[in-house]
Write a protein that binds this ligand. Structure first.
Ligand code: G3H
Ligand code: ZN
Length: 307
């Protein structure tokens, strides 16, 4: 089916207490692995493209691959700009047919973040495209920050309502304990902080970044308190590279790269399947590509009781 925007799928996720997996894609095999897993699991999915991916594969090329992948499946697929750092990048993605944008002003002073987010929201909304913003800052593992420093960058719940009102952003990336690009699942989320932010902006889907490093048990509570989009990149890169290493070791004389990349694609697919099930978005889409009505197994009270 054609690409959809993130607006409807994230509102549905928020209302029904599940989260949509947002998976970073850099090449054809990753894109195929992600959409194949989503199709088999009957889950909506967000394919997101970072600045690094755009530098690597090119904007038009990446957008074209995601659009083609979406057209071959019967679950909703979103093409999202991940961590757009400026106005120009967002406009270029809008022109390239992205159906969801992000402006990440987390490294700028609050007033600058508000002003630029608002400017991008205004232009994106004219085209019917939603925008994710970031308040607080999710650090990089390469920053090697202390626990105290990570805490100091966390989103202040008291700023959330005014930030959303002033910017008009459709979803909000929150800093609540995760750090980008961790290679092991060791981060604990500040669930009380997520809850406090959700109380301030109950109708705004919250976004979790740096999710590869988050402890598995943290996700259920985070989703319960408004996390509706969960970004995963490093975990998929690990799966892809593991496939490559294993295949190269197994077939040392092979020169056909397809032999290696097939295993990488399979491993990415299984990693995505695992996350989709963990985020409770599996089985939310019916055979015609719409959300199953009143998916009661996703209701709050029954979380934890599900498989
Ligand atoms: O924006 C992308 C994500 O926040 C990915 O973070 O590489 O730690 O999974 P991750
Ligand atoms: Zn991120």
């Amino acid at each position: 089916m054609p690409l959809v925007t993130s607006k409807e799928i994230l509102s549905t996720a928020l209302e029904n207490h599940f989260a949509v997996g947002a998976f970073n894609a850099n090449n054809m095999e990753q894109i195929q692995g992600i959409v194949e897993a989503a199709e088999e699991e009957r889950a909506p999915v967000i394919l997101q493209v970072s600045q690094g991916a755009i530098r690597y594969a090119g904007l038009e090329f990446t957008a074209g691959m995601v659009k083609t992948a979406a057209s071959l499946v019967s679950v909703p697929v979103v093409l999202h700009l991940d961590h757009g750092y400026d106005f120009e990048q967002n406009v270029l993605c809008l022109r390239a047919g992205f159906t969801s944008l992000m402006y990440d002003g987390s490294k700028t002073p609050l007033e600058e973040n508000v002003a630029m987010t608002k400017k991008i929201v205004e232009i994106a909304h004219i085209a019917g495209i939603p925008v994710e913003a970031e308040l607080g800052r999710v650090a990089q593992s390469t920053d090697k920050l202390s626990y105290e420093a990570v805490c100091a960058l966390m989103t202040d719940p008291a700023q959330a309502k005014e930030f959303i009102e002033r910017t008009g952003a459709d979803s909000l990336a929150v800093a609540c304990g995760s750090v980008h690009a961790m290679k092991a699942q060791e981060a604990e989320l500040d669930i009380a902080r997520i809850q406090a932010i959700h109380e301030q902006v109950p109708h705004t889907p919250l976004v979790l970044h740096g999710s590869s490093g988050v402890k598995t048990e943290s996700f259920v509570a985070a989703i319960e308190h408004g996390i509706s989009k969960i970004n995963v990149a490093t975990y998929l890169n690990q799966a892809f590279t593991r496939g490559l290493r294993e295949a190269v070791a197994k077939y040392p004389d092979e020169v056909d790269p397809r032999k290696f990349l097939t295993l990488s694609r399979d491993y990415v697919k299984e990693a995505v399947r695992e996350k989709i099930r963990l985020f409770r978005s599996a089985g939310t889409i019916d055979a015609s590509g719409g959300f199953r009505s009143a998916p009661k197994q996703f209701r709050s009270a029954e979380l934890g009781a599900a498989e």
